[in-house]
Design a binder for this molecule. Structure first.
Ligand SMILES: Cc1cc2nc3c(=O)[nH]c(=O)nc-3n(C[C@H](O)[C@H](O)[C@H](O)COP(=O)(O)O)c2cc1C
Length: 337
């Protein structure tokens, strides 16, 4: 048992959250994570409308009776989605756990808190974490430079970011970005986190809805196989380093730089979605974190979380010997894991 303020607050067995993932966070995966003892999160904007989100929530309930939540990601957009409509639909369907992410979450957080919900806010900087803490969020999920998707523009890796969070925040925080195995999980707990948030690792499980080819591609990849795009547009995103991503980076590096218009077609969400449907890793842009270098299998969520639970306990147990009186250095779990 790994008991932390997160497991107590959410009523889950393992302090592991499956972060919102566009096109990936669908009922089958969410229910599998929750059934296995973690917290699954439906990604609201993967559903085409608030009504479709209602249906997805109902479907998830048919698959698990354990707690699960909904992620709402606020993206810079010319025609913003109906965030309020998604939020209202989820609250009306009885969802009481939300992950917010992105810019200006104040109104949503206020709405969720006034409806008695638990709110995890995902951000990438201590200053943003502190301002959402003042808005009354229950948990901060903080993403280091290693993460898939948007790491912000500060380039602070998890080691420093988590230690800063432990010093600065009053509410519990969970560590996100680059965590895919028990070593990272145990390290996050040692840094003061109440749990971990994982994206790329859950993307490469049996229940993840993406094409098998993409899972195999993740397994075959190393930590050098992702790249940052949109750097020059100050909206950095870590994605898989494929032909399209490298083309985007090349356009961004042209003399005079790039406007969003110049790369819009290459990076379209519709093309990215096709990657998962067709199993062609070069069809479009797809999010992946450097944790791809740590992933070498495609387990069920149950296998994954049981393994992590056991190995994290072993690592923490091993570390207690470091402070023992024997003078030996027994931290050699390298061979076993
Ligand atoms: C395929 C994919 C799609 C993602 N989509 C979203 C999203 O829509 N909203 C969001 O807040 N985070 C999104 N993320 C980020 C994850 O929720 C999580 O913060 C991140 O993956 C953590 O880093 P890791 O991949 O190293 O575990 C996505 C990640 C992946 C891998």
């Amino acid at each position: 048992m790994l008991t932390t303020p997160l497991t107590k607050l959410l009523g889950i067995r393992i302090p592991a959250v499956q972060g919102g993932m566009q096109w990936v966070g669908v009922p089958k995966l969410v229910a599998a994570v929750s059934e296995a003892g973690g917290l699954g999160l439906l990604t609201a904007l993967t559903q085409p409308s608030p009504e479709a989100l209602r249906a997805a929530i109902r479907e998830t309930r048919t698959l698990t009776s354990k707690p699960f939540g909904v992620n709402i990601t606020l993206l810079p957009s010319i025609n913003p989605p109906d965030y309020e409509g998604y939020a209202r639909a989820a609250v009306e369907e009885g969802v009481r756990i939300f992950e917010t992410a992105g810019n200006n979450p104040g109104a949503l957080i206020k709405y969720f808190k006034s409806n008695g919900c638990i709110v995890l806010h995902k951000c990438t900087a201590i200053r943003h974490a502190k301002s959402t803490e003042r808005l009354g969020v229950d948990v901060i999920s903080i993403d280091g430079l290693e993460c898939a998707g948007h790491p912000g523009e500060d380039d602070i890796g998890g080691l420093v970011l988590m230690a800063r969070a432990a010093k600065e925040l009053k509410v519990p925080f969970i560590a996100s970005g680059g965590i895919a195995d028990a070593r990272g999980f145990a390290a996050a707990l040692a840094l003061g986190a109440a749990g971990v948030n994982m994206g790329t690792r859950f993307m490469c499980t049996v229940e993840s809805p993406i094409h098998r080819n993409i899972k195999d591609k993740i397994v075959a990849s190393t930590e050098r196989d992702t790249v940052h795009i949109f750097r020059t547009l100050h909206n950095t995103a870590r994605v898989y380093k494929n032909k399209v991503a490298l083309e985007v980076v090349a356009i961004e590096r042209r003399p005079g730089g790039a406007k969003f218009e110049d790369i819009k077609d290459l990076v379209s969400g519709a093309r990215g979605r096709k990657v998962y449907e067709l199993g062609d890793p070069d069809y479009g842009i797809w999010s992946a974190g450097i944790a791809v270098g740590l992933i070498d299998d495609i387990p069920t969520c149950k296998e994954l979380l049981e393994r992590l639970e056991k190995q994290v306990a072993e690592i923490i147990g091993g570390l207690t010997q470091v402070v023992g009186a024997s003078g030996s250095c027994p931290v050699s779990n390298r061979a076993r894991l």
